[in-house]
Design a protein around this ligand. Structure first.
Ligand code: TXA
Ligand code: MG
Length: 349
């Protein structure tokens, strides 16, 4: 069985974090909270330990992991080159939900990077994550702590639902504040390129760097045979058991179309979920309506997306109709995840 240790405060609960750190040092895996989602961590410098992450998750070996550090200077021995722009971003956004792709040093085992010449590095800002890395004394490789292909966990209970019996320990630090995985930014590209949008937005990065690209895969399925820059983006992801369909259009048109679809499916005996927003929720007539938040606060909507998808599963919903969200600020990350959850099924209202 998997043990769960509640951390209310990093000072008074430091013995639990120390226990987790000993597991990491002993080559075991531990799930821990970050400000984005829960991670499943192992010593990033120990290939055998890292292998256990892939086994626990059922993750394909060609999908590389993010290496988590607790101090800015930890980067230096993990990379071969540090472009000045990367240093600027670290100053500005670390600790926080920004992962930088840099040229890796020989210290990083191939299992971590899936054989790539680059490594993904981030400094999380969750106090439990920072303390765990510090106590472990090594960088921690960690993907999201879900079974491969599932929705990323934003609570310790989500981790337990997916990995109970497969890992020794979960540190429970409560609900993750950002709720979507970090922004992955490729700093080895000619122009810094967002491979996965997240909490540090395109707008925030552009303000600091001037020019930033968003990889074409952000809102589109990869074409067959197209080279994959961020291997994680090629897998069916964030998939709840229910079939998700995104409906796009003006607010009133979306509502009208979703009401019509819901009626039709319910008539056929299906259980229907609706992923709504504060602005629209009162206009739905049937179906199980969950609200992401207000359209004026995309960061709040982002923080609720994954738990809403898991809630639909708990409710036994067969199909979810989800409203399109404007793709500015955190909206880009929301739609990146939502479209993957929907396997890119989109209906124009
Ligand atoms: O917020 C997060 O990033 C969370 C928490 C735990 O830190 N972690 C996370 O890890 O989301 P994971 O493994 O679920 O996603 C890592 C993403 C994948 O899409 C992977 O392909 C990409 O980062 N990635 C990792 N190393 C890469 C590299 N060297 N080049 C390009 N993409 C890379
Ligand atoms: Mg993941």
């Amino acid at each position: 069985r998997t043990r769960v240790l509640k951390i209310n405060d990093v000072e008074s609960d430091c013995s639990a974090i120390l226990e987790a750190a000993r597991l990491i040092q002993g080559g075991e895996v531990v799930a821990f909270p970050t400000e984005t989602v829960y991670g499943l961590g192992a010593n990033a410098l120990d290939a055998t330990a890292v292998q256990k992450i892939f086994e626990a998750k059922g993750r394909p070996g060609d999908n590389p992991l993010i290496v988590h550090i607790s101090k800015r200077q930890d980067v230096d021995r993990l990379v071969r080159e540090l472009p000045p722009a990367a240093s600027t971003l670290m100053e500005r956004f670390w600790p926080g939900p920004l992962t930088l792709i840099l040229k890796k040093s020989h210290l990083i085992p191939d299992t971590v990077t899936a054989g790539l010449d680059t490594v993904a590095i981030r400094m999380p800002r969750h106090p439990v994550a920072l303390r765990l890395i510090e106590y472990s004394g090594v960088p921690i490789a960690a993907p999201s702590a879900n079974r491969s292909g599932h929705t990323s966990p934003t609570t310790a209970q989500h981790v337990l639902d997916d990995l109970d019996g497969r890992i020794p320990l979960i540190l429970d630090g409560g609900k993750c504040q950002v709720g979507l995985e970090s922004t992955v930014l490729d700093m080895t590209a000619e122009v810094p390129t967002i491979l996965r949008p997240g909490g540090i937005t395109y707008e925030m990065l552009t303000e600091v760097l001037g020019q930033v690209r968003v990889d074409a895969s952000a809102l589109k399925p990869l074409k067959e045979g197209q080279p994959v820059k961020s291997p994680g983006m090629k897998y069916a992801h964030y998939a709840p058991h229910a079939q998700v369909v995104v409906v796009r259009g003006e607010l009133d048109q979306m509502v009208e179309r979703i009401n019509a679809l819901a009626e039709e499916y319910i008539k056929q005996g299906m259980k229907v979920g609706i992923l709504a927003t504060h602005e629209t929720k009162d206009y739905y007539k049937e179906g199980k309506v969950l609200v992401l938040g207000s359209r004026t606060q995309p960061a709040v909507m982002a923080s609720n997306l994954f738990s809403a998808l898991r809630q639909f599963d708990d409710l036994g919903v067969d199909v979810v109709f989800a409203e399109w969200i404007e793709t500015k600020d955190e909206g880009l990350a929301i739609m990146n995840r939502m479209l993957r959850a929907a396997a890119f099924r989109v209906i124009d209202a």
